[in-house]
Design a protein around this ligand. Structure first.
Ligand SMILES: [Zn+2]
Length: 310
């Protein structure tokens, strides 16, 4: 396999630097199996305060050896290095752009677009399948879920859905996004998923272990690791509502992650500095809360609560 002009031989396990114009290269880690097979690209750290996936990919790289694999695994644990090391919420600090809205990238754009360009140029072509690992952000509580695409071509959509069913997360959510790391890959014909686990700027060994097990399930599903997978007990969410703040203020949620909600019930409200309610959020239908913002202070356009129904 040739990546960034470097040849990686079967049986090799090592780091490769992915060039980003005008910035430090991204550190990617390769495990090239002794036997041929599919290549899974795994990314995390697109958002700087989402840690479970980052530590899971570091763990996966330590655990995997080329002798175990038929095919290859490429890991990019820290896709947004300045965001990760600076603990920046949601964006690439240099340009204030959400990397997961910066696809397709631009070779000469601001840093988020140049990172997107590098991922697209160097990692997408190697991928038979791609999974991008996220959490709730540092101000969000979340119940584990996987987004699977419905906006790609039928074959890729079907492959992604079949893979999603092999994961231990309790919810799978239909997604029509197109401009993120995973969703743009889907537009380029690569079956892909976005996994979410953890949140609130925390990570635990239990969450990391669960995430590692899902990565291993994906590797087995793709035939890269030996062994069987099976369809997990999972609820498919067919419609979601993502409520945003209409104004800045003080946010008082009335929900928790994985809590059922009922049509018309209050999910939370925003107060202004004078103590007046300036936005009330009420459920549009009966459903379940998948994630919500825990921060007291919110700005206009910030996410407040995301809920959906099967
Ligand atoms: Zn994220």
């Amino acid at each position: 396999m040739i990546i960034c002009g470097e040849t990686i031989e079967n049986g090799e396990k090592r780091k490769i630097e992915i060039p980003v114009k005008g910035a430090e290269p991204l550190e990617a880690f390769f495990v090239c199996g002794a036997k041929p097979g599919k290549t899974l690209v795994l990314t995390s750290g697109v958002h700087g305060c989402e840690y479970v996936g980052v530590e899971a990919l570091r763990t996966v790289f330590r655990k995997l050896s080329p002798e175990m694999l038929s095919g290859a695994v490429i890991l990019l644990p820290v896709a947004n290095p300045s965001g990760f090391y600076q603990g920046a919420k949601q964006v690439v600090p240099e340009d204030g752009v959400n990397l997961n809205r910066a696809f397709p990238g631009e070779e000469n754009g601001s840093l988020a677009y140049r990172i997107a360009y590098a991922v697209e140029r160097y990692l997408y072509p190697a991928a038979d399948f791609l999974a991008d690992l996220h959490s709730g952000d540092c101000n969000e509580a979340l119940h584990p879920l996987v987004f699977f695409p419905t906006a790609g071509e039928d074959k890729g959509n079907r492959e992604a859905l079949a893979a999603a069913k092999a994961l231990s997360v309790p919810y799978r959510v239909r997604s029509t996004a197109k401009n993120g790391l995973y969703s743009w890959a889907v537009q380029k014909g690569i079956p892909a998923l976005l996994l979410e686990r953890g949140g609130q700027g925390r990570w635990s060994r239990e969450e990391v272990d669960a995430c590692v097990q899902d990565v291993e399930a994906l590797l087995r599903h793709l035939g890269i690791l030996p062994g069987e997978t099976w369809e997990r007990e999972q609820t498919e969410i067919v419609e979601m509502v993502y409520v945003e703040a209409e104004t800045q203020g003080f946010w008082y949620p009335e929900v928790s992650a994985n809590m059922p909600v009922f049509s018309g019930h209050l999910l939370g409200r925003i107060e202004n500095g004078d103590g007046e309610t300036v936005q009330e959020v009420r459920a549009e239908f009966d459903g379940i809360v998948l994630y919500y913002t825990t921060a007291l202070g919110v700005g206009r356009g910030d996410p407040l609560v995301a809920y959906g129904h099967p």
